[in-house]
Design a protein around this ligand. Structure first.
Ligand code: PMP
Length: 361
């Protein structure tokens, strides 16, 4: 049965020696160093999912006419494995990533990968490369993805795909640790229009965001904030993170999932933790005009961005074509710190897990 496809183990013939691995793990950065193995699973029309393997990580052989190279039929996910103080290896809500992967596949006319196979592939890779999981602050970032491999130049869904999982040990996402970030509100570019692919984690969304991110960096900012494409009024999300606003009356606001933003798993966890705390959490449209007015009046106390890679990052300063303003004097606020501590406590098993989010391998 393809749901429980057996993953064949073909370990690396000459894996990285322990001393070389230890040197690489000293300062892994983000997304630069990769483990010895990968998982691959193939899909062919009429045959379904087959040939699941955990094997040595190596370059793909891809026909130059492979559909992914021309029409960008590609989706991906991102999640982390952590080594706990008790020396367990855990994942955070991997089924949510599996579900989002299915939703992304659906939007991009790609075959649906069974959730059990998605989670099983990740577990298999984490087990074989467990020695690559950094201790302390670091984690093993997992990148499941699927590409259309059929060699055919007609514009239609491909008939062949490869699902793959690779892994990289990572340290802190932002240089300088949990320092508040400065964001650029893009005037020139939008990320996703109604009816488009904003809610899917497809590579094309990120290709389209790069020029806006470059504009942010040119303006001395860490990340870009996108406004909605229809009215160019409402705050949507950052290039790779969702956004939250915290007010002086205990209200917390985040933009709603309307099909144009990515349904972040960190976002969902923060909503739950904040509700548990008794904060008045609202998923509602929030305009850039409101943001500026609330920062000026002092009603807005904190803003933060959240996602798997960076966890929670306070937003200290906002820049845009018309000027700049700060929130909370540019410092991280107490709600941001508390929610981050709660979330990382659950993820690393130093705090209770009341919602059953931790998945032990
Ligand atoms: N928005 C975008 C555009 C992203 O790329 C990400 C990262 N996956 C997020 C939000 C946050 O999602 P998550 O919390 O699931 O990592």
């Amino acid at each position: 049965m393809e749901d429980s496809l057996l993953i064949t183990r073909r370990p690396h013939a000459s894996p990285t020696p322990p001393h070389a691995r230890a040197a690489l793990l000293e300062d892994p950065g983000f997304g630069k160093i990769f483990t010895d193995h990968m998982v691959t699973v193939r899909w062919v029309e009429g045959k379904g999912w087959h040939d699941a393997q955990v094997r040595a990580r190596e370059p793909f052989q891809l026909d130059p006419a492979a559909a992914v190279l021309h029409y960008a039929q590609e989706i991906f996910e991102g999640l982390k494995a952590y080594r706990t103080r008790g020396n367990d290896v855990v994942l955070f809500r991997p089924r949510e990533n599996a579900r989002r992967f299915v939703a992304s596949a659906d939007r991009m006319a790609m075959p649906k990968l069974p959730e059990d196979l998605f989670v099983g592939a990740i577990e298999a890779l984490v087990r074989v490369d467990a020695d690559w999981i950094p201790t302390g602050e670091g984690s093993l970032y997992l990148r499941p993805f699927m590409i259309a491999t059929e060699a055919f130049l007609g514009v239609r869904p491909a008939a062949e795909y490869t699902f793959c999982v690779i892994a990289c040990p990572v340290g802190a996402y932002f240089k300088g640790g949990a320092k508040p970030v400065t964001v650029w509100v893009s005037d020139a570019y939008t990320r996703a229009a109604p009816g488009g692919t904003g809610a899917a984690k497809c590579g094309g969304n990120y290709a389209a965001s790069l020029v806006a991110q470059a504009e942010a960096i040119r303006n001395g900012c860490d990340q870009v904030v996108f406004l909605d494409a229809a009215e160019h009024r409402y705050v949507e999300e950052l290039g790779g993170m969702n956004v939250f606003f915290v007010f002086d009356d205990g209200t917390m606001v985040t933009p709603p999932l309307g099909g144009t933003i990515l349904p972040g798993i960190t976002r969902d966890a923060i909503l739950t933790l904040a509700r548990d705390e008794g904060l008045n959490v609202q998923e509602r449209l929030y305009s850039f005009d409101e943001w500026q007015a609330d920062a000026a009046s002092g009603r807005l106390k904190e803003a933060f961005a959240c996602g798997t890679a960076a966890v929670l990052a306070a937003i200290g300063e906002i820049r845009h074509v018309g000027g700049a303003f700060k929130i909370g004097g540019g410092q991280e606020g107490p709600v941001t710190t508390r929610l981050r501590d709660q979330l990382t406590g659950i993820q690393r098993c130093t705090a209770p897990d009341p919602h059953g989010w931790v998945h032990k391998i």
